[in-house]
Design a protein around this ligand. Structure first.
Ligand code: ADE
Ligand code: ZN
Length: 340
């Protein structure tokens, strides 16, 4: 059996996934009709044709436009359930999911509506598919820190549902330290912290995400490779990176997939993981990311198994749950070896 068969079989977690970025063109059009939202597209083909991006901002403009069809609680439920059903077949047994409440609240959709829809799908998946999950609320970094504080106030009423806070959206010129105070308050309230850093911004943003925001994981982190001392620090402190190869390719952070730093990250001893970011926009879910980057940079079976194990150790699961998932990986690897 091929390495692709191994990738399909491996139990894994997904740690970098924006739920709004899973909105497939088909569902986008269904929801637009259901909610009487006018979009500049008449067909699925026209939607897909619009998904050509030069950079992060280019993508974000289309991404925020797309989420305008999400209005009712059931829209968020349908969106989340569609993602969970899809990746259950990819071997995802645990997902830590980002959402962008500020982008919905500014359109008049309440925080509670968003959380209720997403959370009920997560609960249903727990019951029906034995999938576990955690929810991560992102602050939009193109907005002010005051706006982030308002989102945090809302999140504090949902501590049973929201596990962590993150930082996403336009990175250029918006360093993590602009959000130091709101992250300090979030951590004091008991939320774990993560942040997008070094996707388009410099290695210095990865450093301040660690120093000022005190993040437990770095989302993307590609540009950290410009600073060998920073990489050494992240290896020493076992700071996981949630990497997203197809996203980096489609947003032109790398010229082609063979330039992706995931192999470098593994070889350096970093806790690197592979994830999908916004799969409906970037042309592939988690297993597509594993398979395409494995072929492009030459990952072998040891690398792929390590990535799946890293996805478990880098997660926010309790140690006992991590242990049982790691054992499931071992037993799938053993049966894959028997078949080759
Ligand atoms: N929001 C959704 N996807 C994103 C990405 N790749 N970077 C920053 N913000 C995002
Ligand atoms: Zn992201």
């Amino acid at each position: 059996m091929s390495i692709n068969a191994l990738i399909d079989l491996l139990p894994k977690t997904e740690l970098h996934l924006h739920i709004e970025g899973t909105l497939e063109p088909e569902l986008l059009l269904v929801l637009a009709k259901r909610n009487n939202v006018t979009l500049p597209y008449g067909s699925v083909e026209e939607v897909r044709a619009a998904y050509e991006f030069e950079n992060l901002q280019d993508f974000l403009d289309i991404y925020y436009q797309g989420m305008s069809v999400l209005i009712e609680e059931r829209d968020f439920y349908d969106l989340t359930m569609a993602y969970l059903e899809k990746v259950h077949g990819d071997g995802v047994r645990h997902a830590e999911i980002f959402f962008d409440p500020q982008a919905h609240m500014e359109r008049g959709v309440s925080f509670d509506t968003v959380v209720a829809g997403i959370a009920s799908a997560l609960e249903e998946a727990g019951r029906q598919m034995d999938m576990t999950s955690k929810l991560i609320m992102c602050f939009l970094r193109h907005l002010t820190q005051d706006a982030a504080f308002e989102a945090l106030d809302c999140a504090c009423k949902h501590k049973d549902t929201i596990y962590a806070v993150g930082l996403d959206s336009s990175e250029a010129g918006r360093p993590p330290e602009l959000f130091s105070d709101v992250f300090a308050k979030a951590r004091a309230e008991g939320f774990v912290a993560v942040a997008h850093a070094g996707e388009e911004g410099p290695a210095a943003y990865v450093e301040t995400a660690l120093d000022n925001l005190k993040v437990s994981r770095v989302d993307h982190g590609n540009r950290a490779f410009d600073d060998p001392l920073l990489i050494a620090r992240m290896v020493r402190d076992k700071v996981p990176l949630t990497m997203c190869p197809l996203s980096n390719l489609r947003l032109k952070g790398i010229p082609d997939l063979s330039a992706h730093p995931v192999k470098r990250a593994l070889d350096a001893g970093l806790v690197a993981t592979v994830n999908s970011d916004d799969p409906s926009y970037f042309g592939g879910y988690i297993n597509d990311n594993y398979k395409q980057v494995a072929a492009a940079v030459g990952l072998d079976e040891t690398d792929v198994i390590k990535l799946a194990k890293n996805s478990v150790t880098a997660s926010f699961l309790a140690d006992t749950n991590k242990q049982s998932l790691l054992e499931k990986i071992e037993s799938q690897v053993a049966s894959w070896r028997k078949d080759i």
